[in-house]
Write a protein that binds this ligand. Structure first.
Ligand code: CP
Length: 317
């Protein structure tokens, strides 16, 4: 599609694609939308946004569809059976065709992240990673938007993530340590932690900003006066666990009200969907400490900020 000075084609495959200033601008903009301070702007008027989900989604697909419509774009929705990729057309050719016809593709393909990079590399097309096995960047942006709205700032927060070192954990590990003073601790079951590559990138962010980043594989000596406990579903979308005894390994990592003994003011976050009785007990997920539904709503507000950034609008720092 033709590009004007004010209509760029940036792609968000990882939060590492955002400079520190852009990361803060996207979060600030999402917070403005969430608080009702941004008004409704036609930032994507005339744009066509392809929304391609080969895997199940309630929040991310709805958020980007509703967000694009609210910004004045029109959308084309593709389900898992719709594209010729299924009949053998190459990922690269698919991307080249998209680049000739649409402005933005929001994609959850269930395929390696490098394939989205091939689409982004075509030029003339913004690509948004709506979740890969490696990272879930729009989830972390949603979560930081929620934290900013709740606490006024991300800097200095003490956040404890409990559960699998999955794509949401990876996205949090790549964003929270970019904020000075953040203390981010993951408690992941042995054998189900972050990848070495993500851990190294998170540690580098923490070194650069002065944040603290720790991963452990037990539930002993949790930090006191935690601001946030965060967990995710034990069966991450699109994955399965070959070890038949995996539940035994995960059981000690269930989030229960006992975690609040030394952190009475902590909020509870969950990217959803949830399985009550697995990763979290119902009294926590449905209790007063839970802000999981605020997170879910913020996915749309954050999606609008991401789409604006892609096209060179308000969130572009
Ligand atoms: N959290 C999240 O990505 O939800 P969906 O899978 O419903 O999009």
């Amino acid at each position: 599609m033709a590009t004007t000075a004010s209509q760029q084609h940036r792609s968000l495959l990882s939060t590492d694609d955002l400079t520190d200033a852009e990361l803060r601008a996207v979060i600030d903009r999402g917070t403005e939308y969430s608080a009702g301070r941004a008004g409704r702007t036609p930032a994507l008027a005339g744009d066509i946004v392809g929304v391609y989900f080969r895997m199940t989604s309630t929040r991310t697909r709805t958020a980007f569809s509703a967000g694009a419509l609210r910004l004045g774009a029109q959308i084309i929705a593709y389900g898992p059976d719709d594209l010729q990729i299924n009949t053998g057309e190459s990922v690269e050719d698919t991307g080249r065709v998209f680049a000739r016809m649409v402005d933005v593709i929001v994609a959850r393909t269930g395929r390696p992240q490098r394939e989205l990079a091939a689409w982004a590399g075509t030029g003339g097309l913004s690509v948004v990673n709506a979740m890969t096995a490696e990272e879930h960047p729009t989830q972390a942006l949603t979560d930081l938007t929620t934290l900013k709205g709740r606490f006024g700032q991300v800097e200095g927060l003490r956040v404890v993530y409990v559960g699998e070192g999955n794509n949401t954990a990876a996205a949090l590990a790549l964003t929270l340590p970019r904020f000075p003073g953040v203390e981010f601790e993951l408690r992941t079951p042995p054998g189900f932690g972050l990848t070495e590559e993500i851990r190294a990138r998170a540690e580098e962010h923490a070194r650069t900003s002065g944040a603290s980043f720790v991963e452990r594989h037990d539930m002993d000596a949790l930090p006191r006066d935690t601001d946030v406990f965060y967990t995710t579903r034990w069966q991450t979308t699109g994955t399965s666990k070959p070890d038949p005894h995996w539940r035994d390994v995960f059981a000690p990592f269930q989030v229960t009200s006992g975690l609040w003994e030394h952190s009475p003011k902590a909020v509870f976050m969950h990217d959803l969907p949830a399985h009550r009785g697995d990763e979290v007990t119902a009294d926590v997920l449905d209790g007063p400490m839970s802000i999981a539904l605020d997170q879910a709503e913020n996915k749309m507000h954050s999606a609008m900020a991401v789409l604006e950034w892609c096209r060179g609008g308000e969130s572009s720092a």
